[in-house]
Ligand binder design. Structure first.
Ligand SMILES: [Zn+2]
Length: 174
């Protein structure tokens, strides 16, 4: 018996039992993107995943695998696409990935889902993905699905920190 908050570390019966008990599921959205010459490119993956892990532990929730690629990095927020290693999705692709994951989770019985964004440019593709996920769920006869979408940095209180920071000015900026 594995007791992990991470969905991918559970066996399917363990996952099924948690879902049946009404556990909320957290879906972190990340990016593979430069964060200055001194930092790893997985900052936007690590931070929302860590937030989701802590909240899921507190609430008895589940953390779905983090989506490791995000919408295209922009020069005045993420630094832009010209940095080697920054690897991004088209907006439509990201929206459809989110849609498909929501459809799959809803089919499993998940009814409370929190999409936790960790990359500034993901915001509107995430809105579209959630909207399409709702539409597909309704078409599948699921009318009681609840999805909350948020940016984790909206809850960071450190002054001067946030996605508006110029690229490189604050390497932790999403
Ligand atoms: Zn980013």
């Amino acid at each position: 018996m594995v007791d992990s908050v991470f969905m991918a570390e559970l066996s399917w019966p363990e996952y099924q039992a948690k879902v049946a008990s009404g556990a909320p599921v957290f879906l972190p959205l990340g990016a593979t993107e430069q964060h200055g010459p001194h930092m790893a490119m997985n900052v936007d993956v690590v931070l929302p995943t860590a937030v989701c892990e802590r909240v899921a532990r507190a609430l008895g929730g589940i953390v779905a695998p983090t989506i490791p690629y995000g919408y295209k990095s922009q020069p005045r927020s993420g630094g832009g696409e010209s940095f080697p290693g920054t690897t991004s999705l088209d907006a439509q692709t990201l929206a459809l990935v989110i849609r498909d994951v929501i459809r799959g989770l809803a089919a499993d019985g998940v009814r409370r889902l929190v999409v936790v964004n960790g990359h500034f440019e993901n915001m509107w593709p995430a809105v579209e993905g959630v909207d399409l996920g709702f539409r597909e769920a309704r078409r599948d006869g699921i009318v009681d699905l609840q999805v909350m979408r948020l940016e984790y940095w909206d809850f960071v209180t450190r002054p001067g920190w946030g996605p508006g920071s110029a690229a490189g000015a604050d390497p932790a900026s999403p």
